[in-house]
Design a protein around this ligand. Structure first.
Ligand code: PLP
Length: 392
């Protein structure tokens, strides 16, 4: 068994925590009602605004990403309110379930897994149901490796005067989000995905239209009440005891992003995605996500063998090479596996990961020429323009 400290996490979160981020997390505790905390809070809020190029309110929740999704449900809706949830995978299904349990009248647009959410389908449902005020949609669906065109979705939602909340838990900070008129009104993300920090802080990035909707929305809420959070945050505090250590870590992760620059961060994710797609294809895998909508942060591969063979493959990649890949979620368990490439990941990490996968496929009896995956990945790297915002 490989010691955990030498493992490379190629799962789509939690992601690798760089040493300097871990060191920041280990700082002595501070008073969460004192001036040091106010400074920390401001640096994280300003950093997230900078990274996402947004003037919107950044609310920091002591939660995992699902807490951010739940906060959008309880702040934007009233019981019985008709609302649209557009989903294309396991995290979209989770959000729908939250909406239902809180008593919203949920209209579901559920795309087949592997396909993106399309703006025209959202538009058609909004035209049919003018009483819908809020649309919930997944930007980057981590279970299928699909990245939907959230700007196109925002456009049709905004043209109809409605509000869009986007689950970009595994996209924000890694891929550019639309800014200006076609920016989602609410963007949700979490510390352990692209932000290079441990799990524990979720972020809800909320504009004034959405804050205004929250004023009239009557779902019961306390822990995730955005208005209460905003009031306290503006005074350098949070309503409850925050995840102080994770905020130290997040501030350091953002400092690293500032050093690299967001264009560099986006280009790096475009590169590692193209490399992973090319290497996996060269190994004979078909990619689960539809071409043109493949995520820059996670790649889902369709596995032809039995679930037992897949589990043996992932097991030997982990124990022999110290590389941890992710299995399939929900109905994709046993037939799909995923390579996470977000946060602190380099092109060289991808070459190593694909080479380990290749070695274990060869060990399982597949006839593959050694070096195939690495060669394909390195070649793909050369072909991606430095600042590509999307890789097909
Ligand atoms: C990780 C993730 C979430 C939230 O998961 P948590 O385990 O609660 O942090 C939600 N949506 C997407 C797309 C994700 O990748």
């Amino acid at each position: 068994m490989t010691a955990y400290f030498s493992q490379q996490l190629r799962i789509p979160g939690p992601t690798t925590v760089p040493a300097r981020v871990a060191a920041a997390e280990a700082r002595p505790m501070i008073n969460h009602r004192g001036p040091e905390f106010a400074e920390l809070l401001k640096s994280v809020v300003d950093g997230v605004k900078w990274a996402l190029s947004t003037p919107n309110e950044v609310l920091l929740l002591p939660a995992s990403g699902s807490g951010a999704l739940e906060s959008a449900v309880v702040n934007l809706l009233s019981p019985g309110e008709t609302t649209l949830f557009a989903s294309c995978g396991a995290f979209g299904s989770r959000w729908i379930e939250m909406g239902r349990r809180y008593g919203a009248d949920v209209i579901e647009l559920a795309m087949p897994w592997g396909q993106p959410i399309e703006a025209e389908d959202v538009a058609a449902i909004l035209d049919e149901h003018p009483d819908i005020n809020v649309v919930f949609a997944t930007h980057n669906e981590t279970s299928t490796g699909v990245m939907s065109d959230i700007g196109a979705i925002a456009k049709v939602v905004h043209e109809r005067g409605k509000i869009l909340a986007a689950d970009s838990v595994s996209g924000a900070g890694c891929v550019p989000l639309p800014t200006g008129d076609h920016a989602p009104d609410v963007v949700l993300t979490a510390s352990q995905k692209g932000w290079m920090a441990p799990p524990g802080v979720a972020m809800a990035v909320v504009n004034e239209r959405a804050m205004d909707k929250a004023k009239v929305a009557t779902m019961p809420r306390w822990y995730f009440d955005w208005a209460q959070m905003r009031t306290l945050q503006n005074n350098g505090q949070t309503p409850t005891t925050p995840a102080v250590s994770i905020l130290f870590a997040l501030a350091e992760g953002i400092a690293m992003m500032r050093e690299e620059g967001m264009e560099g961060v986006y280009a790096r994710h475009a590169h590692v995605a193209a490399m992973t797609q090319a290497g996996a294809s060269a190994l004979g895998y078909s990619l689960f996500a539809r071409e043109g909508f493949r995520s820059h942060t996670v790649t889902a591969l369709s596995h032809d063998g039995t679930p037992e063979q897949l589990s043996a493959l992932l097991g030997s990649v982990r124990t022999k090479h110290g590389i941890v890949l992710a299995g399939g979620q929900a109905k994709l368990k046993g037939s799909v596996f995923r390579i996470g490439h977000l946060g602190a990941v380099t092109p060289a990490d991808i070459v190593v990961c694909l080479s380990a996968l290749e070695a274990e496929l060869i060990a399982q009896g597949k006839s593959i020429t050694r070096g195939t995956a690495a060669a394909a990945a390195l070649e793909a790297r050369e072909q991606v323009p430095a600042l590509a915002s999307r890789v097909g």
